[in-house]
Design a protein around this ligand. Structure first.
Ligand SMILES: N[C@@H](CCC(=O)N[C@@H](CS)C(=O)NCC(=O)O)C(=O)O
Length: 248
């Protein structure tokens, strides 16, 4: 059977899991513990990130976008991209997916780690429904600062960067709303595209950050995310970031 390597509550991992489910592709999920997954993944796949897919024939595919292309090769229906005879729409969806992967996905990750730095007690909420054995709270409390420090360093989530990300968030959300209005994203709730899944999962992670929720509220972007990812673990209560970090 194929094997999908993930970290629990990783937004690109959730995007790929959803695509596998939509296509009905049987796949074993291998859940790794953050941040020990990075060296383990480097050993197994040559890349340190999840999601990564090992096909039952042995082929290895790393990265959410490459996996989405592979899933369309394995099972055509439902397709994750518009057909080739609609080249303009297909190009627009691919561009939205690229933007989601390269811009929104890392921004959501930096904001999440920035929030957890200020509220490490929220970490267990991101482990809800994890298949890994639950670590006792005192252990989580002990190791959380080191894990958060490693993740902030790996993801470039310094205070300055996270503050700039939060201030830029409304403009990014305007961009998503614009792409939805243009008919590129959110065309069919039952048959989401790779771009819907890529962007929707990042928006859904942002929705777990109490201070970001008011920025999302009532937007088409929020509706896209909650329709596609109703259950997404995690909650960092509002009031975590200094108020002047939040553009209103
Ligand atoms: N953009 C890539 C990379 C995903 C990525 O950075 N995943 C995070 C977890 S959400 C990760 O594995 N980070 C480990 C690291 O950066 O070493 C994708 O969509 O697959």
């Amino acid at each position: 059977m194929h094997k999908l390597y993930v970290v629990h509550s990783s937004h690109p991992s959730e995007a790929v899991r959803r695509a596998l489910a939509l296509k009905g592709i049987p796949c074993k999920t291998v859940e790794l513990l953050i941040p020990t997954h990075a060296p383990l993944m480097r050993l197994r796949f040559g890349e340190r990130t999840v999601p990564a897919l090992k096909l039952d024939g042995g082929e290895k595919v790393s990265g959410s976008r490459a996996i989405m292309r592979k899933l369309d090769e394995l099972v055509a229906d439902p397709p994750l991209l518009p057909p080739e005879h609609e080249p303009a729409l297909r190009a627009a969806v691919l561009e939205a997916e690229r933007w989601g992967d390269e811009v929104l996905q890392p921004l959501a990750r930096r904001i999440a780690w920035g929030a957890l730095k200020r509220n490490p007690r929220a970490i267990p909420s991101y482990q809800a429904a994890s298949r890994l054995p639950r670590l006792p709270r005192p252990v989580v409390k002990l190791v959380a600062p080191a894990v958060i420090a490693v993740e902030r360093r790996m993801n470039g989530a310094s205070d300055d960067v996270v503050r700039a990300d939060l201030r830029a968030l409304p403009a990014h959300l305007d961009h998503v709303d614009g792409v939805i209005a243009a008919g590129v994203l959110g065309r069919d709730d039952d048959r989401p595209s790779a771009a819907d899944l890529q962007i929707g999962s990042s928006l859904r992670l942002l929705g777990t950050i109490g201070d970001a929720r008011p920025l999302l509220a009532g937007r088409p972007a929020e509706a896209l995310a909650t329709k596609l990812f109703a259950d997404f673990p995690g909650d960092v209560p509002a009031g975590t970031f200094p108020p002047d970090w939040l553009a209103r």
